[in-house]
Ligand binder design. Structure first.
Ligand SMILES: C[S@@+](CC[C@H](N)C(=O)[O-])C[C@H]1O[C@@H](n2cnc3c(N)ncnc32)[C@H](O)[C@@H]1O
Length: 247
């Protein structure tokens, strides 16, 4: 009789683990995602074993070269979480620009805000769904999305949004889930081939993938320069339901 229970219990436990831990609520809808990230925000960096030095090397420095062409560049980090990329960028003396981080989880954003408090004039936080970015076209000199694309409902649509707000000549930085791990994200994780096709269809050039972690590649690409026109100042698109979190 006990083994009959086990027969039911084991698959149920496996599915629950997949839904809540492996895919972090991504298949349960927006409310579940917010609830899970709000709940785990205070331990996120520890659990993920975030290493600031590595982030500076792999996430921030590759953006510095292209960004140096602009005096005060603007960078957008989509699904920023605890502000890992913004913080590593703001720590670079060669970066004199500003960073905007958007995320759905209020508590993740609150931690990001705290971590960057000393540089608060150069960081802004918006609570907003990545599916619809509340900015006009061609606003940012760089747009990033790190360890998040596969958690979002329609990654290809998010990519299109990211490219829309990226200014001509701007840099896109993405992580892409690869290897066996990607199989746990059906319909979400994009194969390297599909991602390359998506980026080409969006008109991006100079696509440079590189290995980053066991389960992630990092991809950097450029939006072609249409003219010598500069980026416009980022303005909020109205109406949206985004919430700006002021320092
Ligand atoms: C795995 S974390 C990555 C955070 C950060 N980019 C990093 O590298 O540490 C995924 C983040 O995506 C956010 N997120 C999930 N769905 C989202 C959505 N639809 N719009 C905006 N943020 C979302 C979560 O709140 C969480 O902070």
């Amino acid at each position: 009789m006990t083994w009959l229970w086990l027969l039911w219990l084991l698959p149920a436990a496996a599915v629950t683990y997949w839904l809540l831990v492996v895919t972090e609520g991504a298949y349960l809808g927006k409310r579940a995602v917010i609830a899970l990230y709000d709940w785990g925000a205070s331990s996120y960096d520890r659990v993920k074993n975030v290493r600031p030095f590595d982030d500076e090397e792999h996430l921030a420095r590759p953006l510095l070269g292209p960004l140096q062409r602009v005096r005060h560049p603007l960078v957008l980090d989509v699904a920023t979480g605890t502000g890992r990329l913004p913080l590593s960028l703001l720590r670079q003396w060669a970066f004199q620009g500003r960073v905007v981080g958007i995320d759905l989880s209020r508590r993740m954003l609150a931690i990001a805000q705290r971590r960057t408090f000393a540089r608060r004039q150069r960081a802004g936080w918006v609570r907003q769904d990545a599916m619809s970015l509340p900015f006009h076209d061609d606003c940012f000199q760089a747009v990033a999305c790190v360890e998040a694309l596969e958690f979002l409902p329609r990654p290809s649509d998010v990519l299109a949004e990211m490219v829309r707000v990226l200014c001509p000549g701007g840099q896109l930085l993405l992580s892409n889930r690869v290897g066996i791990d990607a199989r746990f994200f059906p319909g979400r994780a994009l194969s390297s081939r599909v991602l390359a096709t998506n980026l080409a269809e969006l008109g991006l050039v100079s696509v440079r993938p590189r290995r980053w972690q066991v389960h992630y590649d990092l991809i950097q690409a450029q939006k072609p320069t249409r003219t010598a026109a500069n980026c416009s100042t980022p303005r909020h698109r109205e109406p949206t339901r985004s919430r700006t979190m002021a320092h």
